[in-house]
Design a protein around this ligand. Structure first.
Ligand SMILES: Cc1ncc(COP(=O)(O)O)c(C=O)c1O
Length: 367
């Protein structure tokens, strides 16, 4: 497909609908999180499942990140092909054919993966042995989400099994996804206090099993200041801070945590106009709606879902036919997965110019 813009274009020339990054805002977010991690002596390994782009991952590493996380093997392969050399799959991989791919990838980059079952450890060890490669292994602990992960008391035995296979035990994966989106700071604080207690119990179980636990890794944009203050976590995995979607902006801020700006937008255009509504060319093929509808940026307009290709705007100051409207997506990760490219604009959404067009390398890499 023809890209929405070329480098050097004025922002007005970007074809709609397009996924646009406000580069100045993104870079402020990037440095704010990198500074936070540095000041708190935490390792930062941002989640690249959010942006799926080697160009952006490279910028995060240049700003001090130790590498990136992904959730899918296919995402790891795509970012490795884009030159990213240190990748952690913070998720379980259980199919033998995928483990064979993982073992191949581990010959080209520094790779880590999470496990939460004895079968998973055995299969991983077997695949790495056959390929003659090496990957770091994190044991995932369920710290309250009820998704992947073993109970804290079971972490020691699994860590022992990792070591018994001659694999490097890298530490514990302890991420609480649901806590990120609890609206009040007090609710998130309570959820993470519980998660920290479970992570500490898992650490104790590993130590009691005679295995050293080098690291506890986890945290997201809604809670990272709490994990950083815990004294248990050594690495932060936040992803969304870089773009800040509408859903995260609706959270009550965590006291003493840095704030982030919206940096990801869908550029849309009014294609039809009634006397009490305007219709834009961006529906839910342009932005994900699993976390709610987008917000119209800097205009007193309500966005209503008009279907796959349309959004319906209502409000006092309706835009005219042909006008541009900027949307802040409800949820950045699945929104990014709908697009082929980012249009990266320098100098703001009104007067800026296109500095780069970046391929979304891991778009659709769900396997
Ligand atoms: C395992 C893991 N770590 C970290 C994150 C980063 O979260 P966020 O993008 O909300 O900062 C996610 C996101 O879903 C995740 O699944």
């Amino acid at each position: 497909m023809t890209p929405a813009a070329c480098v050097g274009d004025h922002v007005d020339a970007v074809a709609s609908p397009a996924l646009v990054i406000d580069l100045d805002a993104m870079e402020r977010n990037l440095h704010r999180m990198a500074d936070f991690a540095r000041q708190h002596r935490m390792r930062l390994r941002p989640h690249a499942k959010m942006h799926k782009s080697a160009a952006i991952a490279r910028r995060q590493v240049e700003a001090g990140a130790v590498g990136v996380c992904v959730q899918k093997l296919g995402e790891a392969e795509a970012l490795a092909a884009g030159g990213i050399g240190d990748i952690y799959i913070s998720n379980e991989v259980i199919a033998p054919d995928k483990l064979a791919r993982l073992a191949q990838l581990a010959q080209r980059v520094r790779l880590a993966v999470a496990v939460d079952s004895s079968l998973g450890v055995d299969r991983l060890a077997q695949a790495l042995r056959v390929a003659g490669s090496r990957a770091d292994v994190f044991v995932e602990v369920d710290v309250g989400q009820g998704r992947c992960g073993v109970a804290p008391a079971a972490a020691g035995a699994l860590a022992q099994q990792v070591i018994a296979h001659g694999l490097p035990f890298a530490g514990l994966q302890a991420y609480h996804g649901r806590a990120q989106h609890l609206r009040t700071a007090a609710e998130r604080e309570a959820a993470i206090r519980h998660a920290v207690a479970l992570a500490r119990a898992a650490q104790a179980a590993v130590t009691a099993a005679g295995v050293a636990c080098p690291l506890v890794t986890g945290a997201g944009t809604g809670s990272f200041a709490l994990e950083a203050a815990s004294g248990v976590y050594g690495e932060l995995q936040c992803g969304s801070y870089l773009f800040m979607d509408r859903d995260y902006a609706d959270n009550e801020p965590t006291p003493n945590a840095p704030r982030f700006e919206h940096a990801l937008f869908v550029k849309a255009q009014v294609i039809s106009r009634g006397h009490a509504h305007a219709v834009i060319d961006a529906g839910h093929k342009s932005h994900a709606i699993d976390s709610g509808l987008p917000r119209v940026w800097q205009r007193e307009l309500d966005y209503a879902n008009g279907g796959d290709e349309h959004g319906i705007l209502r409000g006092a100051a309706l835009p005219a036919l042909g006008d541009t409207v900027w949307l802040v997506p409800g949820h950045c990760d699945p929104t990014v997965n709908l697009h082929d490219d980012y249009v990266a604009v320098r100098g703001g959404l009104e007067r800026g110019t296109v500095e780069a067009v970046w391929r979304i390398d891991a778009r659709g890499c769900v396997r």
